[in-house]
Design a protein around this ligand. Sequence first.
Ligand SMILES: Cc1cc2nc3c(=O)[nH]c(=O)nc-3n(C[C@H](O)[C@H](O)[C@H](O)COP(=O)(O)OP(=O)(O)OC[C@H]3O[C@@H](n4cnc5c(N)ncnc54)[C@H](O)[C@@H]3O)c2cc1C
Ligand code: FES
Length: 301
Amino acid sequence: MESNVNQVVNHNHAHRGKIKICDGKILATQSFEGEQHVMRVQCPEIVTGSEPGNFVHVKCSNELSMRRPMSIMRASPREGWIEFLFKTVGKGTDLLAKQQVGAIISIMGPIGTPFKLSGYRKKPILIGGGVGIPPMVYLAENMKRQSNLEPLVLMGSEIPFPFPLKPSQIMTTRVPSDAIAAMPLLEDWGICSRLASNQGYAGCFDGFVTDLAKFAILSSSEQNDIELFACGPTAMLKVVQSIASEYDLPCQISLEEHMACAVGGCAGCAIEISTPEGKAMKRVCVDGPIFEAENVIFGGG
Ligand SMILES: Cc1cc2nc3c(=O)[nH]c(=O)nc-3n(C[C@H](O)[C@H](O)[C@H](O)COP(=O)(O)OP(=O)(O)OC[C@H]3O[C@@H](n4cnc5c(N)ncnc54)[C@H](O)[C@@H]3O)c2cc1C
Ligand code: FES
């Protein structure tokens, strides 16, 4: 076995009871333009019980005591690894990017409330922006594998995408006909994806991913079948929230906040959420990171 579980964190929430800390071996790394990296780590105990929307808290290096949260992009229960995609933005992610294949890093997870996997409408649209792409990949794979749903995955980036672009072989009338670029991984799984950017990348929709999502909603003859799922920068999530409200669509979004403990103990990640009893403070790490979009109060306002 390539990993070693050295602690189990038990809490009241069912999903918190399954959080483990695991010393995982780095099996593979890939780097892309824009200081984006994909890392695959052996940690079978964390794969067991992980669901789309969950994240891991990663010890980037022995030099840093604080862990950094990363969404799970892929998880292989059969081979016992998880993969995450990250962008270098500061000290932690810089040190993580320097880790070599074969090194052992401490991973804590799976953490958080996952996307709700029951009661889907028939035509889910998954919207990922930048480093918000990973949870959409995990969710799309899960939808395809565990149900008869045909997710449409829309991704946006203003820096080169962290994968080579591929002209899609999966036809759809839900996007403009000149938007043909797709993510190879999703294409291989038979999942329809399309890419958006304002940077003029070949085959991509020219505009924001939210404009592409709006096109997909408007071009659908059965809007009542659509459900939205999104992860990305706050500006993108605000637009997704307003689109969901405008078209009266159910919508779950994944939020990011600064995190210290990531297991509900410090309240450092608390945000304001609208509940039936009024406004309440909720912790993004354990009450989220997935929330119903209509309940999220962005910027506390
Ligand atoms: C649930 C969750 C899932 C995430 N998933 C991904 C992912 O899949 N890929 C990815 O690239 N990034 C992801 N992030 C953001 C990632 O955790 C931060 O980029 C990282 O912690 C920055 O650490 P740093 O030391 O490199 O940068 P720092 O020097 O600490 O900070 C650089 C920038 O990152 C932001 N940041 C710092 N710490 C955090 C934090 N704990 N949470 C959020 N933002 C922070 C700061 O606002 C600052 O703008 C996720 C964050 C959360 C909360
Ligand atoms: S990070 Fe400590 S409660 Fe969420």
